[in-house]
Design a protein around this ligand. Structure first.
Ligand SMILES: NC(=O)c1ccc[n+]([C@@H]2O[C@H](COP(=O)([O-])OP(=O)(O)OC[C@H]3O[C@@H](n4cnc5c(N)ncnc54)[C@H](OP(=O)(O)O)[C@@H]3O)[C@@H](O)[C@H]2O)c1
Length: 333
Protein backbone atom coordinates (compact mmCIF):
# COMPACT_ATOMS: atom_id res chain seq x y z
CA UNK A 1 0.00 0.00 0.00
CA UNK A 2 1.46 3.38 -1.04
CA UNK A 3 0.38 5.57 1.87
CA UNK A 4 -1.29 3.74 4.74
CA UNK A 5 -1.80 6.96 6.71
CA UNK A 6 -3.70 8.58 3.82
CA UNK A 7 -5.89 5.46 3.73
CA UNK A 8 -6.39 5.69 7.50
CA UNK A 9 -7.56 9.31 7.10
CA UNK A 10 -9.97 8.24 4.37
CA UNK A 11 -11.36 5.54 6.66
CA UNK A 12 -11.62 8.03 9.55
CA UNK A 13 -13.75 10.37 7.43
CA UNK A 14 -16.43 7.67 7.28
CA UNK A 15 -17.15 8.17 10.99
CA UNK A 16 -19.85 10.62 12.10
CA UNK A 17 -19.07 14.34 12.23
CA UNK A 18 -21.09 14.82 15.42
CA UNK A 19 -20.68 13.27 18.86
CA UNK A 20 -18.19 13.51 21.70
CA UNK A 21 -15.47 11.43 20.04
CA UNK A 22 -13.07 12.23 17.18
CA UNK A 23 -13.11 10.58 13.77
CA UNK A 24 -10.31 8.01 13.73
CA UNK A 25 -9.08 5.48 11.18
CA UNK A 26 -6.54 2.67 11.44
CA UNK A 27 -4.69 0.52 8.91
CA UNK A 28 -2.69 -2.53 10.03
CA UNK A 29 0.15 -3.56 7.76
CA UNK A 30 1.34 -7.12 8.45
CA UNK A 31 5.01 -8.09 8.76
CA UNK A 32 4.73 -9.27 5.14
CA UNK A 33 4.00 -5.68 4.02
CA UNK A 34 0.37 -6.35 3.09
CA UNK A 35 -2.79 -4.88 4.60
CA UNK A 36 -3.88 -7.10 7.48
CA UNK A 37 -6.85 -5.12 8.73
CA UNK A 38 -8.65 -1.78 8.53
CA UNK A 39 -11.07 -0.02 10.81
CA UNK A 40 -12.60 3.27 11.82
CA UNK A 41 -14.54 4.64 14.76
CA UNK A 42 -18.30 4.96 14.43
CA UNK A 43 -18.83 7.13 17.51
CA UNK A 44 -19.12 6.96 21.29
CA UNK A 45 -19.82 3.48 22.66
CA UNK A 46 -18.54 1.67 19.55
CA UNK A 47 -15.05 0.12 19.19
CA UNK A 48 -12.16 2.49 18.61
CA UNK A 49 -10.49 2.37 15.17
CA UNK A 50 -7.54 0.26 16.40
CA UNK A 51 -9.87 -2.37 17.88
CA UNK A 52 -12.05 -2.34 14.75
CA UNK A 53 -8.92 -2.92 12.62
CA UNK A 54 -7.71 -5.75 14.88
CA UNK A 55 -11.16 -7.37 14.67
CA UNK A 56 -11.08 -6.97 10.89
CA UNK A 57 -7.65 -8.66 10.74
CA UNK A 58 -8.92 -11.54 12.89
CA UNK A 59 -11.99 -11.92 10.69
CA UNK A 60 -9.67 -12.13 7.67
CA UNK A 61 -7.43 -14.66 9.50
CA UNK A 62 -4.41 -12.34 9.25
CA UNK A 63 -1.32 -12.57 11.47
CA UNK A 64 -0.61 -9.41 13.50
CA UNK A 65 2.67 -10.34 15.18
CA UNK A 66 5.24 -7.80 13.97
CA UNK A 67 2.56 -5.63 12.27
CA UNK A 68 2.64 -1.83 11.99
CA UNK A 69 -0.47 0.19 12.89
CA UNK A 70 -1.11 3.50 11.12
CA UNK A 71 -3.60 5.46 13.23
CA UNK A 72 -4.89 8.99 12.64
CA UNK A 73 -4.88 9.78 16.39
CA UNK A 74 -2.58 8.76 19.22
CA UNK A 75 -3.90 5.46 20.67
CA UNK A 76 -5.77 6.06 23.94
CA UNK A 77 -4.66 4.89 27.37
CA UNK A 78 -7.92 5.15 29.23
CA UNK A 79 -10.95 3.02 29.89
CA UNK A 80 -13.98 5.04 28.92
CA UNK A 81 -16.93 3.44 27.20
CA UNK A 82 -14.35 0.98 25.75
CA UNK A 83 -10.92 -0.31 26.94
CA UNK A 84 -7.51 1.28 26.25
CA UNK A 85 -6.29 0.93 22.65
CA UNK A 86 -2.65 0.68 23.78
CA UNK A 87 -3.56 -2.64 25.47
CA UNK A 88 -5.40 -3.94 22.42
CA UNK A 89 -2.43 -3.10 20.16
CA UNK A 90 0.23 -4.63 22.37
CA UNK A 91 -1.90 -7.72 23.13
CA UNK A 92 -2.30 -8.24 19.36
CA UNK A 93 1.49 -8.30 18.93
CA UNK A 94 1.72 -5.05 16.94
CA UNK A 95 5.41 -4.08 16.79
CA UNK A 96 5.21 -0.51 15.50
CA UNK A 97 2.67 2.32 15.60
CA UNK A 98 2.59 5.54 13.59
CA UNK A 99 0.06 8.11 14.82
CA UNK A 100 -0.74 11.35 13.01
CA UNK A 101 -2.06 13.57 15.81
CA UNK A 102 -1.26 13.74 19.54
CA UNK A 103 -4.35 13.19 21.69
CA UNK A 104 -5.23 16.55 23.34
CA UNK A 105 -7.45 14.86 25.93
CA UNK A 106 -5.43 14.68 29.19
CA UNK A 107 -7.42 11.59 30.30
CA UNK A 108 -6.55 9.64 27.14
CA UNK A 109 -3.16 11.08 26.08
CA UNK A 110 0.28 9.53 26.50
CA UNK A 111 -0.45 6.41 24.46
CA UNK A 112 2.74 6.80 22.42
CA UNK A 113 4.83 6.90 25.60
CA UNK A 114 3.05 3.86 27.09
CA UNK A 115 3.62 1.86 23.90
CA UNK A 116 7.30 2.82 23.79
CA UNK A 117 7.70 1.75 27.43
CA UNK A 118 6.38 -1.66 26.34
CA UNK A 119 8.96 -1.94 23.57
CA UNK A 120 6.63 -0.98 20.72
CA UNK A 121 8.23 1.32 18.12
CA UNK A 122 5.61 4.07 18.46
CA UNK A 123 6.26 7.32 16.61
CA UNK A 124 4.38 10.52 15.99
CA UNK A 125 4.00 10.83 12.19
CA UNK A 126 2.18 14.15 11.58
CA UNK A 127 -0.42 14.39 8.82
CA UNK A 128 -2.08 17.68 7.86
CA UNK A 129 -5.10 15.80 6.50
CA UNK A 130 -5.58 13.89 9.77
CA UNK A 131 -5.32 17.12 11.73
CA UNK A 132 -7.76 18.95 9.46
CA UNK A 133 -10.34 16.15 9.68
CA UNK A 134 -10.63 16.64 13.46
CA UNK A 135 -9.74 20.33 13.67
CA UNK A 136 -13.02 21.31 15.37
CA UNK A 137 -12.84 18.39 17.79
CA UNK A 138 -9.18 19.07 18.62
CA UNK A 139 -9.93 22.70 19.41
CA UNK A 140 -13.00 21.80 21.47
CA UNK A 141 -11.11 19.28 23.61
CA UNK A 142 -8.00 21.44 24.03
CA UNK A 143 -10.00 24.56 24.94
CA UNK A 144 -12.57 22.66 27.02
CA UNK A 145 -15.43 24.41 25.22
CA UNK A 146 -17.35 23.64 22.03
CA UNK A 147 -16.26 24.87 18.61
CA UNK A 148 -18.77 27.62 17.76
CA UNK A 149 -20.33 28.23 14.35
CA UNK A 150 -22.59 31.28 13.99
CA UNK A 151 -25.06 30.94 11.15
CA UNK A 152 -27.59 33.34 9.70
CA UNK A 153 -29.64 33.98 6.59
CA UNK A 154 -29.50 37.64 5.57
CA UNK A 155 -30.54 39.99 2.83
CA UNK A 156 -27.99 41.88 0.74
CA UNK A 157 -28.25 44.71 3.27
CA UNK A 158 -27.53 42.36 6.16
CA UNK A 159 -31.06 42.01 7.58
CA UNK A 160 -32.16 38.76 9.20
CA UNK A 161 -35.77 39.83 9.78
CA UNK A 162 -38.14 42.54 8.59
CA UNK A 163 -39.28 45.21 11.04
CA UNK A 164 -42.49 43.25 11.79
CA UNK A 165 -40.24 40.33 12.94
CA UNK A 166 -41.02 38.09 9.94
CA UNK A 167 -38.09 36.20 8.41
CA UNK A 168 -39.72 33.43 6.33
CA UNK A 169 -38.16 33.02 3.93
CA UNK A 170 -35.07 35.05 3.24
CA UNK A 171 -33.21 32.27 1.47
CA UNK A 172 -34.46 29.70 -1.01
CA UNK A 173 -34.80 25.95 -0.85
CA UNK A 174 -31.20 25.09 -1.81
CA UNK A 175 -29.80 27.23 1.00
CA UNK A 176 -32.25 25.83 3.53
CA UNK A 177 -31.42 22.29 2.43
CA UNK A 178 -27.73 23.06 2.90
CA UNK A 179 -28.40 24.40 6.39
CA UNK A 180 -30.19 21.16 7.30
CA UNK A 181 -27.16 19.12 6.26
CA UNK A 182 -24.97 21.34 8.47
CA UNK A 183 -27.36 20.82 11.41
CA UNK A 184 -27.02 17.05 10.97
CA UNK A 185 -23.27 17.34 11.63
CA UNK A 186 -23.37 19.38 14.86
CA UNK A 187 -24.06 18.46 18.48
CA UNK A 188 -26.28 21.37 19.48
CA UNK A 189 -28.24 24.28 18.02
CA UNK A 190 -28.47 27.41 20.16
CA UNK A 191 -31.17 30.09 19.82
CA UNK A 192 -32.43 32.91 22.01
CA UNK A 193 -35.87 33.08 23.58
CA UNK A 194 -36.69 35.87 21.12
CA UNK A 195 -36.38 33.52 18.14
CA UNK A 196 -38.46 30.84 19.87
CA UNK A 197 -41.16 33.38 20.72
CA UNK A 198 -41.21 34.91 17.23
CA UNK A 199 -40.60 31.95 14.91
CA UNK A 200 -41.50 28.85 16.97
CA UNK A 201 -38.84 26.88 15.03
CA UNK A 202 -38.56 23.08 15.01
CA UNK A 203 -34.74 23.24 15.01
CA UNK A 204 -34.55 19.74 13.59
CA UNK A 205 -32.03 18.37 11.10
CA UNK A 206 -33.95 17.38 7.98
CA UNK A 207 -31.42 16.87 5.17
CA UNK A 208 -33.19 15.70 2.03
CA UNK A 209 -36.53 16.59 3.67
CA UNK A 210 -36.27 13.76 6.21
CA UNK A 211 -35.50 13.78 9.94
CA UNK A 212 -31.89 12.71 10.31
CA UNK A 213 -31.06 9.78 12.64
CA UNK A 214 -28.95 12.24 14.62
CA UNK A 215 -30.82 15.23 16.00
CA UNK A 216 -28.74 17.98 17.65
CA UNK A 217 -29.61 19.08 21.16
CA UNK A 218 -31.90 22.14 21.02
CA UNK A 219 -30.72 24.86 23.37
CA UNK A 220 -32.79 27.93 24.24
CA UNK A 221 -30.92 30.76 25.96
CA UNK A 222 -32.62 33.52 27.97
CA UNK A 223 -34.66 34.19 31.09
CA UNK A 224 -38.16 34.05 29.63
CA UNK A 225 -39.98 30.75 29.58
CA UNK A 226 -41.41 29.58 26.26
CA UNK A 227 -43.95 26.89 27.20
CA UNK A 228 -45.66 24.97 24.41
CA UNK A 229 -43.07 25.91 21.78
CA UNK A 230 -42.12 23.27 19.20
CA UNK A 231 -38.56 23.05 20.55
CA UNK A 232 -40.00 21.36 23.68
CA UNK A 233 -41.72 18.54 21.74
CA UNK A 234 -39.37 15.92 23.23
CA UNK A 235 -36.60 15.83 25.81
CA UNK A 236 -33.77 16.54 23.35
CA UNK A 237 -33.93 20.19 24.38
CA UNK A 238 -32.71 22.33 27.27
CA UNK A 239 -33.22 25.88 28.44
CA UNK A 240 -30.34 27.85 29.89
CA UNK A 241 -31.64 30.80 31.88
CA UNK A 242 -28.66 33.04 31.52
CA UNK A 243 -27.23 35.79 29.33
CA UNK A 244 -23.69 34.65 30.07
CA UNK A 245 -22.05 33.09 27.00
CA UNK A 246 -19.40 31.43 29.18
CA UNK A 247 -22.11 29.68 31.21
CA UNK A 248 -23.75 28.44 28.00
CA UNK A 249 -20.49 27.04 26.64
CA UNK A 250 -19.56 25.43 29.98
CA UNK A 251 -22.98 23.72 30.14
CA UNK A 252 -22.59 22.40 26.59
CA UNK A 253 -19.02 21.23 27.21
CA UNK A 254 -20.30 19.38 30.29
CA UNK A 255 -22.73 17.58 27.95
CA UNK A 256 -19.81 16.66 25.65
CA UNK A 257 -21.00 18.92 22.82
CA UNK A 258 -17.98 19.52 20.56
CA UNK A 259 -19.55 21.63 17.78
CA UNK A 260 -22.46 24.00 18.34
CA UNK A 261 -24.39 26.05 15.82
CA UNK A 262 -25.65 29.46 16.93
CA UNK A 263 -28.76 30.16 14.89
CA UNK A 264 -29.63 33.55 16.32
CA UNK A 265 -31.36 35.75 16.56
CA UNK A 266 -29.43 38.92 16.42
CA UNK A 267 -29.12 39.45 20.19
CA UNK A 268 -27.69 35.99 20.85
CA UNK A 269 -25.37 36.03 17.80
CA UNK A 270 -24.06 39.43 18.87
CA UNK A 271 -23.43 38.18 22.42
CA UNK A 272 -21.35 35.25 21.14
CA UNK A 273 -19.35 37.46 18.76
CA UNK A 274 -18.83 40.04 21.50
CA UNK A 275 -17.49 37.30 23.79
CA UNK A 276 -14.98 36.44 21.04
CA UNK A 277 -15.90 32.75 21.00
CA UNK A 278 -17.17 32.40 17.42
CA UNK A 279 -14.83 30.18 15.40
CA UNK A 280 -16.68 30.16 12.10
CA UNK A 281 -19.46 32.17 10.43
CA UNK A 282 -21.88 30.70 7.91
CA UNK A 283 -23.62 33.63 6.22
CA UNK A 284 -26.31 32.70 3.71
CA UNK A 285 -26.99 35.82 1.65
CA UNK A 286 -30.08 36.27 -0.51
CA UNK A 287 -30.43 38.74 -3.41
CA UNK A 288 -33.04 40.75 -1.53
CA UNK A 289 -33.13 44.14 0.18
CA UNK A 290 -35.23 45.16 3.21
CA UNK A 291 -33.77 48.56 4.14
CA UNK A 292 -35.13 48.21 7.70
CA UNK A 293 -35.47 45.39 10.23
CA UNK A 294 -33.10 43.34 12.37
CA UNK A 295 -29.39 43.34 11.52
CA UNK A 296 -27.62 39.98 11.49
CA UNK A 297 -25.20 41.34 14.06
CA UNK A 298 -25.64 44.25 16.47
CA UNK A 299 -23.11 46.66 17.92
CA UNK A 300 -19.86 44.96 18.88
CA UNK A 301 -18.20 48.16 20.03
CA UNK A 302 -16.05 48.29 16.89
CA UNK A 303 -15.57 51.91 15.85
CA UNK A 304 -12.89 51.80 13.17
CA UNK A 305 -12.00 49.57 10.22
CA UNK A 306 -8.72 48.56 11.78
CA UNK A 307 -10.67 46.83 14.57
CA UNK A 308 -13.06 44.91 12.29
CA UNK A 309 -13.43 41.21 13.01
CA UNK A 310 -11.73 39.81 9.97
CA UNK A 311 -12.16 36.17 9.06
CA UNK A 312 -10.50 33.97 6.51
CA UNK A 313 -12.88 33.26 3.62
CA UNK A 314 -12.88 29.46 3.55
CA UNK A 315 -15.50 28.93 0.89
CA UNK A 316 -18.10 30.69 -1.20
CA UNK A 317 -20.87 28.46 -2.52
CA UNK A 318 -23.77 29.28 -4.85
CA UNK A 319 -27.01 27.75 -3.63
CA UNK A 320 -29.76 28.52 -6.12
CA UNK A 321 -30.28 32.29 -6.03
CA UNK A 322 -28.33 32.59 -2.78
CA UNK A 323 -24.68 32.50 -1.75
CA UNK A 324 -23.11 30.93 1.32
CA UNK A 325 -19.93 32.49 2.67
CA UNK A 326 -18.01 30.47 5.24
CA UNK A 327 -15.47 32.53 7.16
CA UNK A 328 -13.12 31.22 9.81
CA UNK A 329 -12.37 33.53 12.73
CA UNK A 330 -10.54 30.97 14.85
CA UNK A 331 -6.79 31.33 15.08
CA UNK A 332 -5.87 28.34 17.27
CA UNK A 333 -4.06 25.08 16.43
N1 LIG B 1 -32.56 35.14 9.35
C1 LIG B 1 -32.04 34.42 10.33
O1 LIG B 1 -31.04 33.72 10.15
C2 LIG B 1 -32.70 34.44 11.67
C3 LIG B 1 -32.34 33.49 12.62
C4 LIG B 1 -32.94 33.55 13.87
C5 LIG B 1 -33.86 34.53 14.14
N2 LIG B 1 -34.21 35.41 13.17
C6 LIG B 1 -35.14 36.49 13.45
O2 LIG B 1 -34.59 37.26 14.49
C7 LIG B 1 -35.63 37.78 15.29
C8 LIG B 1 -35.32 37.47 16.73
O3 LIG B 1 -34.09 38.08 17.05
P1 LIG B 1 -33.76 38.53 18.51
O4 LIG B 1 -32.43 39.15 18.48
O5 LIG B 1 -34.91 39.31 19.06
O6 LIG B 1 -33.83 37.15 19.28
P2 LIG B 1 -32.84 36.16 19.98
O7 LIG B 1 -31.44 36.58 19.88
O8 LIG B 1 -33.24 34.80 19.58
O9 LIG B 1 -33.35 36.32 21.48
C9 LIG B 1 -33.10 37.47 22.22
C10 LIG B 1 -33.45 37.20 23.66
O10 LIG B 1 -32.64 36.17 24.18
C11 LIG B 1 -32.34 36.44 25.55
N3 LIG B 1 -30.90 36.46 25.63
C12 LIG B 1 -30.14 35.34 25.56
N4 LIG B 1 -28.84 35.64 25.67
C13 LIG B 1 -28.76 36.98 25.80
C14 LIG B 1 -27.68 37.86 25.96
N5 LIG B 1 -26.41 37.43 26.03
N6 LIG B 1 -27.93 39.16 26.03
C15 LIG B 1 -29.19 39.60 25.97
N7 LIG B 1 -30.28 38.81 25.84
C16 LIG B 1 -30.05 37.49 25.76
C17 LIG B 1 -33.06 37.69 25.91
O11 LIG B 1 -34.36 37.33 26.35
P3 LIG B 1 -34.79 36.98 27.87
O12 LIG B 1 -35.61 38.11 28.33
O13 LIG B 1 -35.61 35.73 27.75
O14 LIG B 1 -33.57 36.76 28.69
C18 LIG B 1 -33.20 38.37 24.57
O15 LIG B 1 -34.29 39.26 24.52
C19 LIG B 1 -36.91 37.15 14.82
O16 LIG B 1 -37.59 38.11 14.06
C20 LIG B 1 -36.45 36.02 13.97
O17 LIG B 1 -37.36 35.78 12.93
C21 LIG B 1 -33.64 35.39 11.95
Amino acid sequence: MSDPMARAVELASRGPEHGPNPRVGCVLIGANGHVAGEGFHLGAGTPHAEVAAIEDARARGMELAGATAYVTLEPCTHTGRTGPCVDALSAAGVAAVRYAVDDPNPDAAGGGEVLRSRGVDAQYAPSVAAHELNRRWLLAVARRRPYVIAKWAATLDGRTAASDGSSFWITGEAAREHAHAVRAGVDAIVVGTGTVAMDDPWLSARPGGREDGHQPLRVVVGNRSTPGARVWRDDNAIELRTHDVGVVLAALHERECRVVLIEGGSVVTTAFLHADVVDEIHAYVAPMVLGAGTSAVGDLGIRTMADALRGQNLATTSLGEDVLIVARLEKGL
